[in-house]
Design a protein around this ligand. Structure first.
Ligand code: C5P
Length: 300
């Protein structure tokens, strides 16, 4: 028997970053929107814990115990005093190290899949606690939809969304390390008083009313200057998407994927084609949000 869970990618429509905390993390006001690009995580009983992966970026995915999917199986098994003996297969469609929570998606997916495979029936609260232990963005991958993350991003308040938002994502060559991007943020803000991060009322309103133009005017990513400082070529990608008619352009999370908000599905196809033709990105994908969080699609 096997269990397959489908998990969405995310884009941060607001990423407000505070000063560095004594534990090395940053307080955030992190407004997540799940979008319809998915990884599928399949688990089945095996003699030991193993991970395989296929998909366009599969070669960049670690297959050892540092993979968040493997760590999720280990943490859940340890809580229940059982051996984490599963084979985990990841069908990967979310860019790797791209700022779209691909690794977090696999962690949330493996957790839900193992819970079903082992018949544990964990509560939502128990699963969310393990997600928070796995990483700051993992709880959101479980929940999906749209949510405000506070603390280091792991305390979630689900948000109402009044419509569908259409996006284009431009994939860059290579990844960017999240800790390195936060480190660059610290370097760029040294000696500057960083305000307390707070969710933007205009942005929350735009989500609630499903107003794409208002959302375009409210998108903000405090990590963008750091990502651009480390990867200046992303500036040309942002410019190419804007020139092609995107309503707004920003770096997704810690990057290097860039995100373009457009008015509808047809505009998305046009902007994606223009981005590829511009030669400023490796590939472009269209996706709409909000998308549902991690859910069992077969088995269980
Ligand atoms: O929580 P997670 O393991 O995904 O975070 C990866 C790294 O990103 C952390 O080690 C830290 O350097 C940085 N980070 C941060 N502040 C946050 C979330 C992540 O500085 N709120």
């Amino acid at each position: 028997m096997s269990v397959t869970v489908r998990v969405p990618a995310k884009v941060n429509v607001q990423l407000a970053v505070g000063g560095v905390r004594p534990d090395g993390y940053h307080d955030l006001a992190n407004v997540f929107l799940a979008v319809g690009l998915y990884d599928e995580v399949t688990v089945e009983r095996a003699g030991s814990l193993t991970v395989t992966c296929d998909g366009p970026d599969a070669g960049q995915v670690p297959l050892d115990r540092t993979n968040l999917a493997a760590r999720a199986a280990e943490l859940l098994a340890a809580r229940h005093g059982i051996a984490p003996d599963v084979h985990i297969h990841i069908a990967k469609d979310i860019p790797v190290a791209g700022g779209m929570a691909g690794g977090s998606a696999d962690g949330a997916g493996a957790l839900l899949a193992c819970d079903a495979l082992w018949g544990l029936g964990s509560s939502r609260a128990e699963l969310l606690a393990i997600c928070a232990e796995l990483g700051s963005d993992v709880p959101f991958s479980l929940v999906g939809g749209a949510a405000l993350g506070t603390g280091r991003g792991e305390h979630l308040t689900e948000l109402e969304v009044g419509g569908t938002f259409h996006w284009v994502f431009a994939m860059a060559d290579g990844g960017l390390s999240t800790p390195v991007v936060f480190g660059e943020f610290d370097r760029l803000t040294e000696g500057v008083a960083v305000p307390e991060p707070a969710a933007s009322p205009a942005l929350l309103d735009a989500l609630r009313t499903g107003d794409t133009v208002a959302l375009a005017g409210a998108l903000v990513n405090d990590l963008q200057p750091a990502a651009l400082s480390l990867r200046p070529a992303l500036g040309a990608t942002l410019d190419a998407g804007t020139a092609a008619g995107a309503l707004a352009a920003l770096v997704s999370g810690s990057g290097p994927t860039t995100a373009f908000l457009v008015k509808d599905a047809e505009a998305a196809r046009g902007v994606a084609e223009a981005l590829v033709a511009s030669g400023t990105c490796r590939a472009a994908r269209v996706a709409a949000g909000p998308a549902a969080g991690a859910r069992v699609v077969s088995g269980g």
